[in-house]
Design a binder for this molecule. Sequence first.
Ligand SMILES: *Cc1c(COP(=O)(O)O)cnc(C)c1O
Length: 333
Amino acid sequence: MTGPVLVDVLRAARNIAGTAIRTPLVPSAVDAGAEVLLKLETLQPSGAFKLRGAANALSQLDENARRRGVVCCSTGNHGRAVAYAARRLDIPATVCLSELVPDNKVKAVEALGATVCRIGASQDEAQREATRLVDERGMTDIPPFDHADVIAGQGTVGLEILEQRPDVRCIVIPLSGGGLAAGIALVAKTVDPAIRIVGISMSRGAAMAASLEAGQPVDVTEVATLADSLGGGIGLCNRYTFELCRRYIDDVIVLDEAEIYAGMRALFTVDRLVAEGASAVSHAAVLAGKLELHGPTAFVISGGNVDMQQFTRIVNGDPVEVGELTVGGRQHA
Ligand SMILES: *Cc1c(COP(=O)(O)O)cnc(C)c1O
């Protein structure tokens, strides 16, 4: 593995300037036993941090590749980011989305002018279609996490946190394919190995958590979850993120759907933030008593592209359907 290093993240910061914004790091009111700061990636123009990695990867393409266009598969936010960055650079984009991707995210990708290809019951099946388009039409695949330029782009979140609060002792990161965690951890651990890195996933289909446990990439079945942006496998032939996460993540926490539901409510009622389930996992872990903090800690609030109907139900304490589960409502009132 010749993965990304710190200098790649520094270059990424230059490459993405003007497309992704430098987001604020603001104090949280959450009672976590230590000072908590929120890195508001919900404010990115595409609604999530994924714009950083996508913008960095697209900035590296030559004239020929730009003309042939890009393709990606996505749980929603990566597709939206690729569509947004591609439109700015005048590159044709095709986004493959599985049936698990919520409609609000599908519509957002379409609205950005990308071609949407709705296919398959899982992220893996959507990826197969993306690979087919690469083979058939010479498009360039922009992977959602396991790509050096994407990881370096996500790493700029870490650069900013360390600039904004050099005294940070811990960074808590929603964990799926691990591009975000790998990029941030690469920066933080290079600067100071004592900075603690915590990754958080949902227990329903936590591919990276299961892989770290097994000591190698493993497959998990993808199912519906309130943290829909955290779904999908890490790829059995994972090139970068598995090794980086194994090297750098100190603790992994997993949460059930009721805990994520409570986290979403807390993010809104305590910190007045509209954010998706993936962004609420840090608050959820605090509430569940699974996250103990010492010293200034940054929570990465990774994205805000929540389905508004589902969100208002959760804020009201009403039950919501998550696949075959009903979460919230009377039992958690
Ligand atoms: C993609 C995503 C994540 C997880 O990022 P990985 O790099 O796949 O670990 C977390 N939160 C949101 C909102 C996302 O879109």
